[in-house]
Design a binder for this molecule. Structure first.
Ligand SMILES: [Zn+2]
Length: 164
């Protein structure tokens, strides 16, 4: 099979851009001194493939972005939680909100990792990390029994089980 004259063309990226922009093959062929047939064949076989590849690369970058954002959200929620429970006037309500945020993020993260879909929240609830986190939450809220009850209710309402 003959190699594609467009793929090895010095102006390949310009030609690809023209194809993607919908420039008529005839015009591209004239501008870059190549045959219209070569442009058509390249457009059908090779441009689609490279667009697909850059789309995959873009999706990867976006996934990394999501991971970065989630990490940031998680750290912020932890900081809010710590801040709410330290100092002279602890604010359990804000702490609970922050915990809810951490839990949502954990779910979303698991979902993104493909470990979980929205229908099987129970898996997270049974996950050792979550059970451990739940114990930490309850221990941390010991000085505020009302808050413990509120957290327990919120977890139950969200579909949790076996809340201590
Ligand atoms: Zn080609």
């Amino acid at each position: 099979m003959r190699s594609c004259t467009i793929c090895i063309h010095l102006n390949r990226s310009d030609i690809d851009a023209a194809i993607v922009n919908g420039t008529p093959y005839r015009d591209i062929a004239g501008r870059f001194q190549v045959s219209k047939t070569a442009v058509a064949r390249h457009a059908d076989g090779h441009v689609a493939e490279s667009i697909h590849k850059s789309k995959e690369a873009l999706e990867e970058v976006m996934a990394l972005d999501v991971a970065h954002e989630l990490t940031w959200c998680n750290q912020s929620a932890h900081q809010i939680y710590d801040a709410a429970l330290s100092g002279e006037k602890p604010d359990p309500r804000t702490a609970i909100t922050a915990l809810g945020e951490v839990r949502k993020q954990a779910e979303l993260w698991a979902e993104l990792q493909g470990e979980l879909d929205r229908g099987t929240t129970i898996e997270l609830v049974e996950h050792p990390d979550w059970i451990n986190l739940r114990e930490i939450i309850f221990a941390a809220l010991t000085p505020w029994p009302d808050a413990q009850v509120a957290v327990a209710r919120a977890i139950l309402a969200a579909g949790g089980q076996n809340v201590a």
